[in-house]
Design a binder for this molecule. Structure first.
Ligand SMILES: [Zn+2]
Length: 158
């Protein structure tokens, strides 16, 4: 799985700007590699809540590159993140996450206990609780709408 983060890093390593290259310090290289790794890790373990992986990673590492390289860097990130996402979505569910914790549906059963069934990767619910994901999306959208309206009112009042 880390082959994706290593691939991103390798493609970009030449363009990383170091603050003190003469001292032979590689701090920014290390930061870029770490950021790539944690993005791929999140992609694998927390896909549902990781809405814009390419954009997030780009925002994390763009300060370490010259202006002239930014467009290429975003393209490279986008490419590899798309590959990694594709790859991960095709992986059979093993029942465990990368840290070895058992995967479980996010729903609670009528008895009030956690649903023990295997979740689907794209939203974290098992097949019989898929409808909850839809309800959740709706609730999220409503909450966002409310927030936007509230902000508008505040702006109007100010
Ligand atoms: Zn369930």
């Amino acid at each position: 799985m880390y082959r994706f983060s290593r691939a991103i890093y390798r493609e970009l390593a030449d363009e990383i700007v170091e603050d003190h290259p003469a001292a032979g310090c590689m701090d920014n290289h290390e930061r870029v590699l770490k950021a790539c790794e944690s993005a791929i890790e999140r992609l694998a373990t927390d896909r549902h809540y990781f809405a814009r992986p390419a954009r997030t990673l780009f925002a994390d590492i763009r300060p370490y590159f010259p202006m002239s390289a930014q467009a290429r860097i975003y393209r490279v990130i986008e490419n590899y993140i798309a590959c990694a996402d594709e790859f991960l979505s095709r992986q059979p569910m093993t029942g465990y996450d990368l840290a070895g914790n058992p995967l479980q549906c996010r729903a609670t059963t009528r008895k009030g206990t956690a649903c023990q069934r295997m979740p689907l990767p794209h939203n974290g619910y098992c097949p019989s609780h898929q409808h909850l994901a839809e309800t959740e999306e709706l609730a999220e959208r409503l909450a966002k709408q409310q927030l936007a309206e509230q902000q508008e009112q505040e702006l109007a009042a100010a």
